[in-house]
Design a protein around this ligand. Structure first.
Ligand code: FAD
Length: 385
């Protein structure tokens, strides 16, 4: 059985955003933390992120970074976004502020920079990270796990496992073999494609840097977030199927140029490599994952995307994962054993995650359909007075 939580040993699966932050928080509190990460060490092999080049960091996420004393290092890479810059089809972009002034803003941060800073922070606090090592199988009766990668294949003992291994969590799959976790994924019928606005001719931003840009077009949209190196990552969200435009009717870069000529004419000249970007980058899938159980007594618990992946339209998946880390660390401080800590953690965070997942789905309709509506703009202006 798991030992007492105080200063015991904890194994985290995944050194992504949540795994690296949690390793930092727990190491600072005196836990012996080991982390197993499927990918190579990004400091040696370059970052192999896979999806969403940058992310919107909000107050909830920033608060968690402060708890880990990682905020200063991370915020050196962040670009402030003080509101939405809405680009209607007719032209005439307009900034809708998030708050009355710059005390209420969100931040754009590169996933790679953020992950690298958090990995450095975790190691600096004493966590031991193993890269190129993926969780393959778990024997929950014997409390052993099979770790595979880069020519290694071994069974190792563990005290307790925390799954921060993302939406396709291997730990979740292993838990589902021994207990009914009530897993359900609702796939969105829209996907996404990433494109890039490079820096301008003199190395400057080509459009307003301190904003989250939105091109709402009723049942689809484009957004763009600024990067430290003066580029923007553009994300085109389209239905997978259906009448024009959808990924079925816009299957390649040439068709995407046609779509931009007609529907995003002001964005087209900003994306000189649009055709190549569209052909080269994969079409991403989006979904909402729900579980009835997040933990297996004191032997395993899930957090972040492994427990509650969500669609990205509220920009809260990572922020919510970071909040999970703070909550779990404080339950581990307070509880007499892992099982009690995990049960209290799940009881606190499951309703929060469900509410944020719901808001994320609703916000897609608001972003693509309502932000350029005159009544909506008037209401927002009144709210901010
Ligand atoms: P991940 O970041 O997926 O990390 C999981 C880690 O586990 C990875 O390093 C992976 O390699 C590792 N791993 C996987 N399997 C194994 C294994 N078997 N063994 C060992 N290691 C393993 N959120 C926001 O807050 N703001 C945004 O603006 C935002 N924009 C987004 C845009 C898009 C297009 C998408 C798809 C998501 C966006 N999100 C955003 C959500 C955010 O990306 C996730 O919520 C966040 O990455 C979750 O962090 P995580 O650590 O739980 O999972």
């Amino acid at each position: 059985m798991p030992d007492s939580p105080r200063r015991g040993s904890i194994t985290i699966i995944g050194a992504g955003l949540a795994g690296a932050l949690l390793a930092t928080l727990l190491s600072r509190r005196g836990w012996r933390v080991e982390v197993f990460e499927r990918r190579g060490d990004p400091r040696l092999s370059g970052y192999a992120g896979g999806r969403s080049i940058n992310l919107a960091l909000a107050e909830r996420g920033l608060h968690a970074l402060q708890q880990a004393a990682a905020d200063e290092a991370v915020m050196r890479h962040a670009v402030m976004m003080r509101g939405r810059m809405v680009h209607p089809l007719a032209g005439g972009a307009e900034l809708q502020r998030y708050g009355r002034d710059d005390s209420e803003v969100i931040w754009s941060i590169s996933r790679a920079d953020l992950n690298l800073e958090l990995i450095d922070a975790a190691e600096a606090e004493g966590a031991v990270l193993h890269f190129d090592r993926r969780l393959e199988e778990v024997d929950f009766d014997a409390c052993t796990m099979r770790i595979v990668g880069d020519g290694h294949d071994e069974w190792r003992p563990f005290t307790t496992l925390i799954g921060a291994d993302g939406a396709g969590s291997a730990l979740r799959a292993q838990m589902a073999r021994v207990v009914d976790i009530g897993e359900r994924t609702d796939w969105l019928d829209h996907g996404y494609k990433e494109l890039e606005i490079p820096p301008g001719p003199h190395g400057s931003f080509r459009i307003e840097p301190n904003a989250l840009h939105i091109w709402p077009r009723d049942h689809y949209m484009c957004i763009a977030l600024p990067n430290e190196e003066r580029t923007f990552t553009v994300t085109l969200f389209l239905p997978h199927e259906g009448p024009w435009p959808s990924f079925a009717t816009v299957p390649d870069g040439a068709a995407a140029v046609g779509l931009f000529e007609r529907r995003f004419p002001d964005a087209l000249p900003l994306i000189p490599m649009l055709e190549d970007d569209f052909d080269r980058n994969p079409t991403g899938m989006l979904g909402t994952l729900t579980l009835r159980r997040w933990h297996l007594d004191g032997r395993a618990v899930l957090l972040g995307d492994a427990a509650h992946a969500m669609v990205p339209f509220h920009g809260q998946g990572m922020n919510c994962a970071f909040e999970d880390c703070v909550a779990l660390a404080s339950h581990l401080d307070a509880a007499p054993d892992f099982a009690t800590a995990y049960a209290a953690f799940a009881a606190q965070r499951m309703p929060d995650a469900a509410a944020i997942q719901h808001m994320a789905l609703e916000n897609y309709i608001e972003m693509r359909d309502r932000v350029d509506d005159a009544d909506y703009r008037l209401q927002r202006a009144l709210e901010l007075r």
